[in-house]
Design a protein around this ligand. Structure first.
Ligand SMILES: [Zn+2]
Length: 265
């Protein structure tokens, strides 16, 4: 009995983690907003967001995040949108995805990251929010279908500006449910690995940012105010990495990132 119990305990732990993984793999949750509608909404939101976040005027940096993004998409479960990757001028360490496959990387993230894998880790997490269409799913829960539909149809431009700002603007804070965050980590790990980036970089970069935030709370990153780093989160990501088929990752060339970082400074 006792022996059985001892055996059972690790099984329960593994079962709980992999049990999550089964649901985590389901990217087609209920969504009343169609893909076409989401694309439409993404275009409208982008116009608002880019009023608040000036796009960083450096073609090399723009090309760089585009290249990273496209490489990561090769590891994504599904690519339903024409993805757009842009760098915006903002010193906080963050990246965010708005509906319709549009991703924004802050200059602050490029400055804080010391390797391409670290940038890829945050981008893979954000791409996963887009792949699983968390933005429109969360919005319909939060604001209701008819309001979101009226934004898609362009019936309410004041409301559109307000909601785009509330969720994704400078002062805004899209706050996904914990399930969505866990799923974005799960899919992010998988995406990194399939695209040839060592997902261990996600754990180490999160830990590094956590230390940065503790040493200098005023510089606490926006990423972590919307993505709290808990030991449970780290453990979960590590368990997911452990379940991946073993593989050797190609060395990462950080030359381009270093050049861009030098220019941002
Ligand atoms: Zn997230």
């Amino acid at each position: 009995m006792r022996f059985a119990r001892l055996l059972l305990l690790p099984l329960i732990v593994i079962g709980t983690l992999s049990g999550c993984a089964v649901n985590m793999a389901d990217i087609h949750g209920f969504n009343v907003i169609s893909l076409e509608q989401e694309k439409e909404l993404g275009t409208k939101f982008a116009a608002e967001i880019e009023k608040q976040y000036p796009v960083y005027n450096d073609p090399e940096a723009q090309k760089y995040v585009d290249r990273l993004g496209r490489r990561l998409l090769t590891g994504a479960r599904e690519v339903s949108f024409d993805y757009v990757f842009k760098v915006v001028k903002d010193d906080s360490v963050n990246a965010f995805a708005i509906p319709g496959g549009r991703l924004y990387v802050h200059t602050g993230l490029l400055k804080a990251a010391q390797s391409e894998t670290e940038v890829a880790a945050v981008m893979a997490h954000e791409i996963s929010h887009a792949v699983a269409r968390h933005g429109t799913r969360q919005m319909t829960q939060q604001y209701g279908y008819s309001l979101v539909l009226s934004l898609v149809l362009g019936q309410n431009s004041n409301m559109l500006a307000q909601i785009a700002g509330e969720l994704f603007g400078k002062a805004g804070m899209m706050s996904y449910s914990r399930d969505y965050e866990n799923q974005a980590d799960f899919l992010g790990v998988e995406t990194m690995s399939k695209a040839g980036y060592n997902p261990q970089g996600m754990v180490s970069f999160f830990q590094k940012l956590d230390t940065m935030g503790q040493q200098n709370p005023s510089a606490l990153t926006k990423f972590f105010s919307s993505h709290p780093l808990t030991s449970e989160r780290i453990q979960r990501v590590q368990a997911e990495i452990a379940q991946l088929p073993p593989r050797t990752y190609p060395p990462v060339d950080n030359t381009d990132l270093q050049k861009i970082r030098a220019r941002i400074k």
